[in-house]
Design a protein around this ligand. Structure first.
Ligand SMILES: *Cc1c(COP(=O)(O)O)cnc(C)c1O
Length: 453
């Protein structure tokens, strides 16, 4: 192990120098991939220099998500105290299903879950779990809602048409999950949004009435805190009123921006969160932990047990259910994804998490100000969002983003809303500062002036 730890340190140092020297790795054409790096698995072992050389080739060509030129996705950067926690989790290699095997790590996960439940005003019956991604959190929410609507579905399967509602700007996992839970994709209603991409409560109400009139069974509403393209926040308070009237499960998908719960300045964006039945957030997005750290909590833990608990004598042999986390999990064997958030939170405090969140909004504001003060730019996104959407000199966003990537200048993606396609700059990397954002625009502008576009 000592030798590999030494090698690990050497490789990480190589990675860090690569990130500085070549913030956007030179992309390898897919049809040249297997010729450019030795990925083949042979009968004979690969040893020493050849092995290390290949690892370095891999590191060199890996897209650099922690560099300051990466704005492509809803995650980015590297916060070392959190990475440390994840590295520890790998070394400790516990599995979270039982207290016997996970020990103190059960307490680590439960401490995080309880703090989040308290923070959002969930009552004393609340609890949660950690899932392999935000999509899977949404899946768990829909399953709990299905079983809360009719617990016999677990044994008998779905009969009749169960209807789920989500906005036309929400994440694609909602539709995908509808097929997993057995209600079918066609039973997901795409509810209209306003000009900012926020779900319209009146449109939701009308759609529900229409479905009831047809003899269908509304059961689930998915609201979003931070839509994937614009970073919009649905009005949870208003939607919760509609859900209350019709007795529907309200889930708040906060995968992208649910972490605003840590900010005194921005938590108003999820006002009414205490009226939701479940809420999820990805700590690997706004809080900057390594992938993945996805948390789902629910008002009443009985729903977790109802949908996810199974008896298994070969597994659950000691301790009570509250400490055997397998009883409330989608998975069986499960790594400790809580530790990376715990090491971060423990070391910077809740105030540190707040600062992380606030900083992203600040940097987004810097970007919007730059855009607004320069007539070559058109802004498409709104305040209180860390997705800054724009076009430059009317150039096709798709062409611009693709060429910036092919020429190793910047990693940034594009999105579409109401027929407009635009560059989406995501200011989620907490290490990105004001000057890095100004540099982003300069690099983009110089590139447009060059003959490479
Ligand atoms: C990222 C995201 C998801 C999916 O999360 P994964 O961890 O990638 O599965 C779901 N909903 C929203 C709003 C997201 O931004």
């Amino acid at each position: 192990m000592q030798d590999d730890l030494k090698l690990f340190t050497e490789l990480v140092e190589f990675l860090i120098s690569e990130e500085a020297n070549q913030p956007v790795a030179i992309p390898i054409d897919t049809n040249k991939l297997y010729d450019s790096i030795d990925l083949e698995l042979r009968d004979e072992p690969t040893v020493d220099d050849a092995f290390v050389g290949t690892l370095k080739d891999i590191i060199k060509s890996t897209p650099k998500t922690a560099s300051k030129a990466f704005f492509n996705q809803l995650f980015g950067g590297r916060i070392s105290r959190s990475t440390l926690g994840d590295l520890l989790a790998v070394m400790l290699n516990n599995s979270m299903y039982t207290y016997k095997v996970a020990g103190v790590h059960v307490g680590i996960e439960k401490t995080i879950l309880q703090n989040i439940c308290d923070r959002i005003g969930y009552g004393s019956h609340s609890d949660g779990t950690i899932a392999p991604g935000g999509s899977m959190c949404n899946y768990m929410a829909m399953l709990m809602a299905r079983d809360a609507f009719d617990a016999s579905i677990r044994n008998e399967g779905v009969s009749g048409k169960l209807i789920a509602y989500t906005s036309d700007t929400s994440h694609y996992s909602v539709t995908k999950n509808a097929s997993f839970v057995g209600i079918g994709r066609h039973q997901v209603r795409s509810v209209k949004t306003n000009a900012k991409g926020e779900m319209l409560a009146e449109a939701l109400e009308l759609q529900i009435q229409e479905d009831i009139a047809k003899g269908y069974h509304p059961f689930f509403v998915n609201a979003t805190a931070g839509t994937t393209v614009l970073g919009a926040f649905d009005d949870v308070e208003q939607l919760s009123k509609v859900c209350k009237i019709h007795n529907l499960w309200l889930h708040l998908d906060g995968a992208y921006c649910g972490s605003v719960i840590f900010s005194n300045r921005y938590k108003h964006l999820v006002n009414g969160i205490e009226f939701t039945n479940s809420f999820s957030l990805n700590a690997h997005k706004m809080l900057g932990t390594p992938l993945g750290c996805s948390i789902i909590v629910t008002q009443d833990k009985k729903h977790l047990y109802q949908s996810f608990s199974n008896d298994a004598e070969y597994l659950y042999q000691t301790d009570d259910d509250a400490f055997n986390l397998g009883k409330t999990s989608l998975q069986c064997g499960r790594r400790n994804d809580a530790l990376k958030l715990w090491t971060l939170w423990k070391s910077v405090g809740t105030k540190g998490l707040e600062h992380i969140v606030d900083h992203q909004f600040y940097v987004a504001e810097v970007a919007r100000t730059y855009i607004k003060s320069n007539s070559d730019y058109t802004l498409y996104s709104f305040d209180d969002s860390i997705s800054v959407c724009f076009n430059y000199k009317g150039i096709s966003a798709k062409t611009l983003c693709t060429k910036l990537y092919e020429h190793s200048k910047l990693m940034v993606g594009y999105g579409t809303f109401r027929g407009n396609t635009f560059v989406r700059l995501v200011t989620i990397n907490t290490q990105v500062e004001e000057k890095d954002i100004i540099l982003f625009f300069k690099v983009l502008e110089d590139f447009v002036d060059s003959k490479d576009l």
